[in-house]
Every structure is written in C-alpha cells, then in structure tokens.
Design a protein around this ligand. Structure first.
Ligand code: NAD
Ligand code: AHE
Ligand code: ZN
Ligand code: ZN
Length: 374
C-alpha cells in the first residue's frame, strides 16, 4: 500500500536543555515492516526529561521525544500483517519480535532485534522518517510520541481493545505498566509481604497499585515531597516516610520500622544514593531490591558486598518485565474491567503547544502525569 509524506505537528528537541519547539515536520511513509501511527494522546515520563537534560548517554539531538503514547494506525508498509489501518495501538519502546535469542529465552522482555538502531535514534534500516526542511530529525526510544504522526516497526506496536480511551491507556505505554509489572513480574511480591517504595511519581504510585493488587501486608511510601502521599494512601500505601524528617540514613529508619527490613523494595527515582538505601533496607537473608529509576551518565551504585553475601538481592526491571505485544493488551483489558484506575494519575491535560508546561510541572513536583492531547 503506497502512502505519501505527511505533515505533522511535533514538539522537537533541537538540543539538550532547551525548551521543546512546536514545529510542522515531514513524516515519511512507513517502509517495509513499518507502521505510521496517528498519536491521539501521550503522557510525559521522567525519562523524557532525563534525556532532554543531556544526562542520557544515548541522548541524541535533534529528536522527537515521547514514549508513553496511544494512537491509531494511519497506514502500513509492505509486508505488515499484524496490524491494519484503524487499529488502536500502544507504541512499545521494548519491542517483541518473538524470534531473537532474548525473546526465545523466555527469561526476559528485553527483545534486542532492533535495540542497536533504536539506541541511535534510527529505524531498523538505519534511516529516519522525520524531516524538517529536508534535514533529518532522530527518533527516540523507537517511539517519538510527541508528534501527531510517528513511524514504528510493526514489532513495536501492541494492538489493544478499541473500547479503551487512548487518553488514559497511553499511560500503559510506560509508567503504569513499569510500576505494576516490577512488583508483579520482576519481584513477584506475595500476599502479606512488606514492601518499601522509594519515589511517589507515576512509577512509584503504580508500584503501590501493584503491591496492593498482590495483597502486600505493608506498603511503605517514601518521598521527600509529602504532597504525593495523599494519592499513595488512596492507592493502598499503609506507611509514609519523609527522609527529611530524620537525621540518620533512611535505610536504618525503615529497618527499625519493619523489625529487620522489608521483603521487597523498589527504587523509582533514579538516584544512586537512594538505590543503596533501597538495597540496604531489605531484610537480611531474603530481601530483594528492584532498581527501576534511570540514573545519569557516569553514575554508579555501591554497597558493601556483605549486603549481598548476607542474602539481599539487587535486581532491575525495564518496562516492568512486560512483553509488550503478547502481554500489554491484557493490561488494557484489566483496566477496562475496573481492576485499576488510570485517571488518578492524570493531574494535568494540555495540548501539544503547552508541552513545556508539562516538564515544568514535573520539575516543580506538581504533577503525576501530564497527558498531551493532539
Ligand atoms: P517523577 O519525577 O514523576 O517521580 C519521582 C519522585 O521521586 C517524585 O515524587 C520525587 O519527589 C521523588 N524523589 C526525588 N528525590 C527523592 C529522594 N531523594 N528521596 C525520596 N523521593 C525522592 O518520575 P517518574 O516518571 O515516576 O519516573 C521515576 C524514575 O523511573 C525515573 O528515573 C525514570 O527515568 C524511571 N523510569 C524507569 C522505567 C524502567 O522501565 N526502568 C520506566 C519509566 C520510568
Ligand atoms: N538510555 C539510557 C537508559 C535508559 C533506560 O534505562 N531506559 C529504560 C526505560 S525508561 C522508560 O521510561 C529501559 O527500558 N532500558 C532498557 C533498554 O534497553 O534501554 C542509558 O543509560 O543509556
Ligand atoms: Zn517512561
Ligand atoms: Zn526479540
């Protein structure tokens, strides 16, 4: 099926640390195995701000950021069979090809089929589909949802139930799935467990939802911004800790509070010092800590190896360990069945022209998620 170049409104990041610029860009037709999608709505995740800040070693400019979207297939390239024009889709920054060693291992969601080109802001054939005055603009995390139209490989799309409002389920494209999945797939938190969650942004609050669904006995919410605790309580958190209220390491506070430490902890901030606290607040002999937060170039984690020798486990999770094409549609179904709400997270909505406001609100600690409507 032949299609033409299309004009698209997009928020372009021309350089690190500059406000996004609203532009009309050219979006090329989908090539073999590719799909062009009209984005209906997109959330703004802290990772978008991280890359814009210049701290992301893979950050490359100019680019169209955004990776938490929902959209409708506008056109398909040659050979595309798994989606059709009009299908509702969620872009996947972790694709699922089903045939690479990673997909076939059954041990990870980290499909590597297109990881190398994706990390360089390119489509799998090594070129880009975005242009402004004939100059190429790079893709981002294989998604680039801050554009009215974007192009993705077929393997990077989850086809979802069209009854689901894309203005809400876009959050399943990253934040909510990441937090819930880290608790349920990566840690496999069991009923009655004691859980500590560091950072009550979109990711940490989703981890609270996951822990409540897993029937954790105690869910300790930790944040330096106490305005986040109200929603945390509503979602099921049972204890609230502001590290600023103490003059000793927060891991010591939590170990005392829990008579020896937690069964599971989750770092949902991207701060390497907090990652250490999250490990060290785990119970000797069995406590497991999951790193979800993304830390900047050059940052490293540390702890005494004795922490691991004595049975604590340090692990990490990307996209909640969820295989996007085969498992994400079911998250949408569970949302439709009322198992969890998404509107609690949407503190702000705005048009693309106001997207810089979404970044300001995030940095000021005033939003959980801003959702951009096109
Ligand atoms: P956010 O900015 O909405 O939330 C971060 C929260 O951490 C805020 O509430 C903030 O007040 C709190 N915080 C900051 N410093 C703190 C400290 N020292 N102690 C306690 N709390 C502190 O961010 P988000 O969108 O929820 O993303 C969180 C992190 O997760 C980011 O690093 C993001 O890049 C990462 N992330 C990872 C994945 C993944 O797949 N691994 C997916 C999405 C996001
Ligand atoms: N580019 C960064 C790494 C960024 C990162 O860790 N990304 C997460 C998703 S964050 C979503 O908000 C992820 O899925 N990582 C797995 C992968 O393959 O990128 C860097 O440090 O280079
Ligand atoms: Zn994200
Ligand atoms: Zn694969």
């Amino acid at each position: 099926p032949m299609t033409d170049m299309i004009k698209s409104k997009a928020a372009v990041a021309w350089a690190a640390n500059q406000p996004l610029s609203i532009e009309e860009i050219d979006v090329m037709p989908p090539q073999r195995g590719e799909v062009r999608v009209r984005i209906v709505a997109t959330g703004v995740c802290h990772t978008d701000a991280f890359t814009l800040s210049g701290d992301d070693p893979e950050g490359i400019f100019p680019t169209v950021l955004g990776h938490e979207g929902g959209g409708i297939v506008e056109s398909i390239g040659e050979g595309v069979t798994s989606v059709a024009v009009g299908d509702h889709v969620i872009p996947l920054y972790t694709p699922e090809c089903g045939e690479c060693n990673f997909c076939k291992s059954g041990k990870t969601n980290l499909c590597q089929k297109i990881r190398e080109t994706q990390g360089r802001g390119l489509m799998p054939d090594g070129t880009t589909r975005f242009y402004k005055h004939g100059e190429p603009i790079f893709h981002y995390m294989g998604c680039s949802t801050f554009s009215e139209y974007t192009v993705l490989p077929e393997i990077s799309l989850a086809k979802v139930n069209p009854d689901a409002p894309l203005e809400e389920v876009c959050l399943l494209g990253c934040g909510v799935t990441t937090g819930m999945g880290a608790v349920m797939n990566t840690a496999k938190v069991e009923e009655g467990a004691t859980v500590a969650i560091f950072g009550m942004g979109g990711i940490g609050l989703s981890a609270v939802i996951g822990a409540a669904m897993a029937k954790a006995g105690r869910i300790i919410a930790i944040d330096i911004n106490e305005s986040k605790f109200e929603l945390a309580r509503k979602l099921g958190a049972t204890d609230f800790v502001n590290p600023k209220d103490y003059d000793k390491p927060i891991q010591d506070v939590i170990v005392e509070l829990t008579d020896g430490g937690v069964d599971y902890s989750f770092e949902c901030i991207g701060n390497v010092n907090v990652m250490r606290s999250a490990l060290e607040c785990c119970h000797k002999g069995w406590g497991e800590s999951v790193v979800i937060g993304v830390a900047g170039a050059g940052q490293e984690i540390s702890t005494r190896p004795f922490q691991l020798v004595t049975g604590r486990v340090w692990r990490g999770s990307a996209f909640g360990g969820v295989r996007g094409r085969s498992e994400l549609p079911d998250y949408v179904e569970r949302y439709l069945q009322g198992e969890f709400a998404l509107n609690d997270f949407i503190t702000h909505t705005m048009g693309l022209e106001d997207i810089n406001k979404a970044f300001d609100l995030m940095h000021e600690g005033k939003s959980i998620r801003s959702v951009i409507h096109f």
